[in-house]
Write a new protein. Structure first.
Length: 70
């Protein structure tokens, strides 16, 4: 059977687990939000790109995608 009685250590262990779970959840949410933003930016860049130049690199767009303004 699972024994969750930690006697004198419970006051440290349970809050540590809670904080860890909150931090992990925040990181997951942040990654999902960033992924959606990157997908929207990619869709916008693909829509703006001329069809004949779709395979050429666009360094100015890459700089803007990582937050460096031109």
């Amino acid at each position: 059977m699972l024994d969750l009685d930690m006697a004198p250590y419970a006051a440290f262990v349970w809050p540590a687990w809670g904080v860890s779970a909150l931090v992990l959840a925040a990181l997951v949410i942040r990654a999902v939000i960033a992924s959606r933003r990157w997908k929207r930016e990619l869709a916008r860049l693909e829509a703006d790109a001329p069809s004949e130049a779709a395979d050429t690199p666009r360094p100015q767009a890459a700089r803007r995608a990582v937050g460096q303004q031109e």
